[in-house]
Design a protein around this ligand. Structure first.
Ligand code: ZN
Ligand code: ZN
Length: 453
């Protein structure tokens, strides 16, 4: 009898204990889901002053494409100290940090590191006053006028929290600091430098964030084509130089170039259907030096934007035809026909619909649904983001535009009838410091979602 009672009591106690343990576990799970975002926010905001210091330091020390020696060393050092396996020197300054954390998807997070040759006029206490020597030897003022300093800062903030929340995800995390996004050549250069043979795993998902001058607290993450394809090319017109007083003895390449620039614009206005988007911009003309000398050559620097090969070919064929037509009209021999130097080219950037939807759903725990903007048309700007994974069928991509403008600046601009207070690549472009921790929260929230099966 005594044994029976003991047995009964024992069973009773065990049942209570098990029920209690199960209830606590269930409760913990529910709380974990609900507090996940809270915990991420806490970690990001606790790290905010360190991250803002990093951001200000990067902002004061901008570096042009393939010259991001200092920036890339900062990323390498930080990732190394967090326990990432770091590979440096990919395409000169490219850097990768890898963290293997069990079985699961391979997720790559990319931040571009380069700045612009733009003079900063923000008047901020941490404004850039730096100059740099370009490849052609010219000394130019430099500035982070596209927010890539924020991209690098977000990467470092996200990398730290992903280590701290290792128990919440399984898989392989790859952080990538990319050189030279602005000339659209850095991503290709990293692939051509065989990063995937040097230990960088081919990702299942490629993810990244870019600053945009909408108010802090909003993101743009639409599906499908998000940014245009682009080509950068130089056309050189060859003539016969001579005295400015005797044009009849010369073949004037400046007149040829001027004619060409006018005619190029008719390729789009007369040759491409109004429903199709395309841009042809001449960004620079280099010719001559003296008032009274007709030079022997003139260089015209062009930039094209398009969304498909048909339009791209119409633009390129049109440029070639116009060049040759001008050569014929000027009586030039075939060997003096204008030449075309193709310098850089990217395909349109496309967001995978299912992936963007998944990320947006996760972000709805960070911000109100109406702050997640999905129905914007693609921009005519370009990105070489997807060239990191171009040609492998495995990877799908999502590239999110994060609002980094001061909300009061945005409201004031709107009142004045302007869309935004400042734009990327302008000397007055600003990233509000409140976007630094928030961007970090957005990055971590998206990554944790991507690791979920
Ligand atoms: Zn840019
Ligand atoms: Zn950019």
């Amino acid at each position: 009898m005594k044994i029976r009672i003991k047995h009964f009591l024992f069973t009773f106690l065990i049942t209570i204990l098990l029920t209690h343990t199960a209830a606590v576990a269930q409760q913990k799970k529910a709380v974990a889901g609900a507090t996940n975002v809270t915990a991420i926010k806490q970690m990001a905001y606790a790290d905010s002053s360190r991250l803002v210091d990093i951001y200000k330091d990067l902002h004061q020390n901008p570096e042009l494409g393939f010259m991001e020696v200092r920036t890339s060393a900062i990323i390498a050092k930080e990732l190394q100290s967090l326990g990432y396996e770091v590979i440096t020197g990919i395409a000169k300054t490219g850097v990768v940090g890898i963290l293997k954390n069990g079985d699961g998807p391979i997720v790559m997070y990319r931040a571009d590191m380069d700045c612009n040759s733009v003079k900063e006029i923000t008047g901020l206490p941490y404004a850039s006053t730096k100059t740099m020597k370009k490849d052609d030897g010219t000394e130019v003022p430099v500035m982070h006028a596209c927010g890539h300093d924020a991209h690098v800062t977000w990467l470092l903030g996200v990398a730290k929290i992903m280590v701290a929340s290792k128990n919440q995800w399984k898989g392989t995390l790859v952080f990538l600091g990319q050189p030279a996004e602005e000339p659209l050549t850095g991503a290709k250069a990293m692939v051509n430098d065989k990063m995937y043979d040097k230990g960088v795993p081919v990702p299942d998902f490629l993810f990244g964030l870019h600053t945009t001058p909408i108010a802090v607290g909003s993101v743009k993450n639409g599906t499908g084509e998000r940014a245009a394809g682009s080509d950068q090319l130089d056309v050189t017109f060859y003539g016969i130089g001579g005295h400015g007083s005797s044009p009849e003895l010369t073949k004037d390449p400046i007149v040829m170039a001027s004619n060409a620039i006018q005619q190029y614009q008719t390729i789009i206005s007369r040759g491409i259907a109004a429903q199709d988007a395309a841009v042809l911009t001449v960004g620079a003309i280099h010719a001559g030096g003296d008032n009274n000398v007709i030079p022997a050559s003139a260089v015209v620097k062009l930039n094209l934007r398009w969304f498909n090969d048909k339009i791209r070919n119409t633009l390129l064929d049109g440029i070639k035809r116009i060049n040759e037509g001008i050569a014929v009209a000027n009586g030039l021999p075939k060997e003096s026909y204008p030449t075309i130097l193709m310098k850089g080219s990217v395909y349109p950037q496309v967001n995978d619909s299912a992936l963007a939807y998944k990320v947006n759903k996760a972000l709805s725990s960070v911000m109100a649904a109406d702050k997640i903007i999905v129905n914007t048309p693609p921009i005519m700007g370009s990105e070489d983001f997807n060239h990191l994974v171009l040609g492998n069928n495995k990877t799908i991509c999502d590239y999110v535009w994060v609002g980094t403008a001061n909300p009061e600046d945005v409201a004031k601009a709107n009142q004045e009838g302007k869309k935004a207070p400042y734009y990327n690549h302008n000397g007055n472009y600003k990233v509000d410091l409140s976007a630094i921790p928030l961007g970090t929260v957005i990055g971590v929230t998206a990554l944790l979602e991507l690791f979920k099966k």
